[in-house]
Design a protein around this ligand. Structure first.
Ligand code: ADP
Length: 495
């Protein structure tokens, strides 16, 4: 068998092959005579300009040239006629339906065998997408320029590569002055180290968020800035620089300083108020004790029943007054951090019995005690714990307008002893629950006619906290509340 090797193409085959290449190209490929008559029109041209080859061939090229650009054609033809090529000429052409298409054209002369220019071939590429991207870039650039924040970019070596209007305004350097300069021109000498830190963070791909520092203006002023620095990546994801957004925080710092100053002023006034409460209650306490003492002596000496009755009412009110004065004194003791616990081991049940006895005679409420032992020993400050129990019981009575059974439950395990005081009173609105243990807080709308200073629960919490216990309330408006507190069973080890 004879092997027939490759043979050269016949002119017809060559033509067919070229036609196939032209037709399969994504670019528009058109040829025309020097007079502008279209002689060929590929598939992409059909698609882009919406004229079929049949419609286009034989017609003048001006059918796709906007009127305002007709003179371009003369220019192109005159160059091509001289045998010159036109490379990547960006212009606009128009489609059959009147759509303007941005296009990049390369026009080459078609030369006959005898070397004469007989026409032009035109390769065109639709550049709408590229222009859209450029448009986006222009939008971004205008955002950057209209920002009130300073936006600057730099290389990893610290060379400034962009500098927006706000940067010009803030730092006093124009764009032209700083592009190509090292960023250190705006860094105060004492802070130059910061730049190394920033660059090392950026090199490892980390962003720096709201870093508060100072930068130096052209005229030498140092201004406080909050800066955020992010890595700039190229299309392959390699870190090639950093972009920096900086906000002038002068006003913010001033406001902060003012707030601090006001805070300090308030703290001083607050201390003064506590000091006053302490002094006033101390001064009130002594005459009150004297009054109380004399009233008691008088009580023993009076014979008339009605007088005795008046006197015992006076004594009762004096006792209330003493309790208030003592509570106020306690507030100032706590506020000055001077509350000291005198711990001893005692039977909590006895203290509860004593508290009930103290209150029982002045109320229509009944008390029931639920206990799971005859004796529950705790190691605590007896007087302070009694103060807490009396407080909670008084509140249970005070905030239950209709007399009902107040239940006291005491349970104890290895870890702690828990006391619960349950009433059937007004309950507390959930909005207030978090606040009732704070100083002077009263859920006023709950008790418009019930007097008080809003100190009792605050003192109780301070006392229980000091014992490392917990105090809280379970409550439902209109149903009632149960106040709970715990005393840990081995507090000595924590003290
Ligand atoms: P005071 O009773 O002097 O107002 P407290 O510190 O003892 O102060 O209580 C703070 C607030 O908590 C009270 O004003 C009241 O609104 C609410 N409160 C306390 N105990 C009860 C209770 N058992 N039932 C309903 N509300 C209570």
């Amino acid at each position: 068998m004879v092997f027939s090797g490759p043979r050269s193409l016949t002119p017809e085959e060559r033509q067919a092959m070229l036609a196939a290449i032209v037709d399969s190209s994504d670019d528009v490929i058109i040829s025309k005579t020097l007079e502008g008559i279209i002689t060929s029109w590929n598939k992409s041209a059909e698609k882009l300009f919406e004229f079929t080859a049949l419609e286009a061939v034989g017609n003048h090229i001006s059918m796709i040239i906007p009127e305002s650009r007709l003179s371009e054609e003369e220019l192109i033809i005159s160059r091509v006629a001289l045998g010159k090529k036109i490379d990547h000429f960006e212009t606009v052409r128009i489609s059959k339906s009147g759509k303007e298409i941005p296009i990049s054209l390369t026009v080459s002369p078609i030369v006959s065998e005898s070397g004469r220019v007989i026409g032009a071939s035109k390769i065109g590429r639709d550049i709408s997408d590229r222009l859209t991207a450029e448009g986006k870039q222009a939008v971004l650039a205008s955002i950057v320029d209209s920002s009130d924040d300073m936006i600057v970019s730099k290389t990893l070596n610290g060379i400034i590569t962009s500098w927006n209007k706000a940067a010009e305004k803030m730092m006093g350097y124009s764009e032209a002055e700083v592009i190509g300069e090292h960023i250190s021109i705006i860094i105060p000498p004492a802070r130059l180290e910061e730049e190394n830190f920033i660059i090392s963070q950026i090199k490892s791909g980390r962003k720096i968020d709201h870093f508060e520092t100072y930068r130096q203006t052209k005229d030498g002023r140092e201004i406080p800035l909050s800066i955020t620095v992010s890595p700039v990546l190229d299309s392959k994801g390699t870190i090639i620089g950093a972009s920096k957004i900086a906000r002038d925080i002068t006003e913010q710092l001033k406001a902060k300083e003012e707030a601090n100053r006001l805070y300090e002023e308030i703290a001083i006034l607050n201390d003064k108020k506590d000091e006053f409460i302490g002094l006033a209650s101390h001064e009130l306490k002594t005459p009150l004790s004297t009054i109380s003492g004399y009233l008691q002596i008088l009580n023993r000496r009076l014979a008339d029943e009605q007088d005795k009755n008046f006197l015992s009412k006076t004594l009762e009110q004096t006792k209330k007054l003493s309790t208030l004065v003592n509570d106020l004194l306690d507030v100032s003791v706590i506020e000055s951090g001077k509350m000291v616990l005198r711990k001893e081991s005692f039977n909590l049940l006895t203290v509860i019995d004593d508290a009930i006895e103290l209150l029982n005679h002045s109320t229509l409420h009944t008390f029931t005690i639920k206990r799971d032992a005859e004796e529950i020993k705790v190691n605590a400050d007896r007087q302070r714990i009694e103060q807490v129990i009396v407080n909670l019981l008084s509140n249970a009575m005070k905030y239950s307008p209709n007399p009902c059974g107040i239940e006291i439950s005491i349970t104890s395990n290895q870890k702690e002893t828990t006391v619960g005081i349950k009433d059937c009173g007004l309950g507390i609105n959930p909005d207030h629950v978090d606040n009732i243990f704070t100083r002077f807080y009263r859920a006023e709308e709950n008790n418009p006619n019930i007097s008080g200073l809003g100190i009792g629960l605050y003192l109780s919490k301070e006392i229980i906290d000091k014992h490392q216990g917990r105090i809280w309330v379970d409550t439902a408006p209109g149903v009632g509340s149960t106040f709970w507190f715990t005393i840990p069973n081995h507090t000595e080890t924590f003290e």
